[in-house]
Design a protein around this ligand. Sequence first.
Ligand SMILES: [Zn+2]
Length: 69
Amino acid sequence: MIDQPEKIPQHRHCRNCGKAFAGDGQFCGEECKGSAGTDAKKKIRKLFFAWILIVGVTVAVVAVYYLAR
Ligand SMILES: [Zn+2]
């Protein structure tokens, strides 16, 4: 006797909370869609400020190095 593979209903996993849901899109609801968007924006902002900080420190170190000579 061959085991029949269990049929899993068509579903997706929310990209924000990982919850399984039926329907279209990448998120289980508007709430996750919205918070995922803001999270991504926050991440970009954090990266942007980290980059500015690194560049600023590098420029400051180089400036001090040349000015100190
Ligand atoms: Zn979700």
